[in-house]
Design a protein. Structure first.
Ligand SMILES: CC(C)(COP(=O)(O)OP(=O)(O)OC[C@H]1O[C@@H](n2cnc3c(N)ncnc32)[C@H](O)[C@@H]1OP(=O)(O)O)[C@@H](O)C(=O)NCCC(=O)NCCS
Length: 212
């Protein structure tokens, strides 16, 4: 889980899921989880109006367990606009259900990821309310996020860094096609790094009307 970062990207495009979350009975060879019936997810830019919600989510035990007690200083971060980061909220039929951050780790100004090559992306995400966990929303958020990352033809791979003890997140990322790279310490955090290369992403995108 990346450290708090500074700012957000200028572009205010939202990405709408092109398919219902519900697999609609079509078989998926990736065993995508069942999701909310007929719901359509949109990723939109987070704004200062989301601060209270993000602070409420920060207090949820499943989120603080995954990202620690670092103060992400939302009031500051959501008012900045660097070109190397997008901070996004997932809305499902008008209800905000999760947060997702995409950064370019080579350009990110704290150099959290150290000396990394260009043309990578790194993702952090969480589902806000405990009641919304395990319903397929995270999978759909990642499907939209990965499509967004790899839409740039220069992007070669996407990285994630769950805490070493967050075994459910490890399983989640592996099911999405990420492969374990290394056990690595980021500041105070003991993390596992996983990576999804473009070629693997393309081979795993099934094209069915499912959540993968
Ligand atoms: C990880 C997370 C984003 C996955 O989103 P989700 O909507 O719960 O995931 P889905 O419903 O699409 O898929 C369920 C899978 O997510 C994983 N998962 C991770 N944390 C989970 C949790 N607390 N409860 C249930 N499933 C969880 C499991 O692999 C599960 O698959 P399983 O049924 O085989 O165990 C979400 O659970 C979450 O916000 N967890 C807390 C924050 C976090 O760990 N973020 C990632 C750290 S980098």
């Amino acid at each position: 889980m990346s450290l708090p970062l500074n700012g957000r990207q200028h572009a205010a495009n939202s990405t709408e899921s092109e398919v219902p979350l519900e697999p609609n009975g079509l078989e998926c060879r990736h065993s995508c989880p069942p999701a909310a019936h007929g719901a359509v997810m949109i990723l939109r830019m987070a704004t200062p109006a989301d601060v209270a919600l993000l602070r409420h989510w920060d207090r949820q035990p499943h989120i603080s367990a995954a990202k620690g007690d670092d103060d992400w200083a939302w009031e500051v971060e959501l008012n900045k606009s660097p070109g190397w980061m997008e901070q996004l909220i997932a809305d499902v039929e008008g209800r905000s259900i999760g947060f997702l951050q995409i950064i370019d780790p080579a350009r990110e100004d704290s150099h959290y990821w150290g000396d990394v090559p260009p043309d990578l992306r790194a993702i952090d995400l969480w589902i806000g309310e405990p009641a919304d966990v395990g319903k397929g929303y995270g999978t759909e958020m990642m499907r939209l996020a990965l499509a967004r990352c790899f839409a740039d033809p220069a992007v070669t791979a996407v990285l994630v860094d769950p805490l070493a003890g967050n075994t459910r997140a490890h399983r989640f990322y592996k099911r999405l096609g990420f492969r374990f790279v290394e056990h690595r310490r980021f500041g105070r955090d003991d993390c596992f790094v996983y990576r999804l290369n473009r070629a693997e992403y393309i081979s795993l995108t099934c094209g069915n009307r499912c959540s993968c």
